[in-house]
Design a protein around this ligand. Sequence first.
Ligand code: AMP
Length: 431
Amino acid sequence: MQTFLIMSKPADTIHSVKGVRDLLPEECALWQRLEAEARGVFGAYCFQEIRTPVIEPMALFVRTVGGETDIVSKEMYTFLDRDDEQIALRPEATAGVVRAYIEHSLYNQGGTQKLFYMGPMFRRERPQKGRYRQFHQIGAEVIGSDHPLVDVEALEMLVLLLERTGIQQYSLLINSVGCPRCRPEYLRVLRQALESVKAGMCNDCQRRTETNPLRVLDCKVEADQSTIEKLPRIVDYLCAECQQHFEAVKSGLQQRKIAFSLAPRLVRGLDYYMRTTFEVTTGGLGAQNALLGGGRYDRLSEMLGGPPAPGFGFAIGEERLVMAAAEAGFLKPASGLDVYVAWMGEAAAQPAMELTRALRQAGLGAEAPLEPLKLKKMLGVASKSGARFSVIIGEGELASGKYQVKDMSAGSQEEVEAGRVAEYLYPRLGR
Ligand code: AMP
């Protein structure tokens, strides 16, 4: 015999995990519209979508993003799988995209690969407005070319996307972080400069002085910022090739009238970047004002055991894009409801459901009450859900075979033959 537990008090409610959030339908509508804009812009620049898994081997990020970065050392969600494999929830997508590029030999397809992605990322950060533990990025990667015009064209694409989302108040900050040829000399000078000031800096910076001094530059500790401002600048130590690349990027942007500012200490919190790094910041986002960031990662493929495949990419924080776009007046789409079918009397129920089904099959958004309701109530529901038209079916309409079709905003009403409602509505809905 089965025994049942009789609960004497109501169960506790279960809340979402700290730092993550639900996107309710109204917000989803805005997200979808922004994603559609992004897809449109990516399509115009011939980027194709790639979807990589949310879980990856932990080593992928340790090796590429870097064990000394905050993302890997403090914020990564990891677990030991049942077969003892170390897994990570992806904190970013570029490493996974390049892993896939190598794993599926996309380099054999000739030319550069232009890929975009959209999806959730995970970082165990301190939650605050615009900063979550599960957040979303829309990103793009160009893999297979080190030409500076790749950088310029990707930035041009970004500017178009920002334009399409109505965001006008933003700054594009760019820098170059050199390459494996010139960076060691800069690191030597940086380490030397840090020797005399590190005692006054945070513990992490003291450790990074030894392990990975470049990471000192993206320390977030407020008290360290004035010291960091005075450290040597990497742009003063670039080799001839890096300098040439940087100059070409800057003049390409100028030619295309894309405004930018130089940010000599912008190194971004990921180790795989070399040469160009950039960020777009915008007001109105509060403390978390970085809307997106990216740069060049010419050695990433080789770091993962792949062929030489220089690349350039960026990731937009979707939560922040939505916030900035909403602030800029990017409106959510009108309700999806085209037609509300109101019926009165039991005999009208079946014809109303059939009409609703036919309208849906014809691609219109249609809704009908499943239970009898008063006409006033039904018209109230129709206008609340933003229906453009209502169809009214009662005893008289059934007898005449003509339904009343009401234009909800004009308030006007016309009789339409029962079998011709979709035909009547199509042009009036602009289809
Ligand atoms: P990153 O992958 O660190 O280069 O970040 C690129 C963009 O992702 C940032 O500019 C933010 O817009 C967004 N982002 C990064 N971390 C978070 C987070 N914890 N919550 C929300 N957005 C984030």
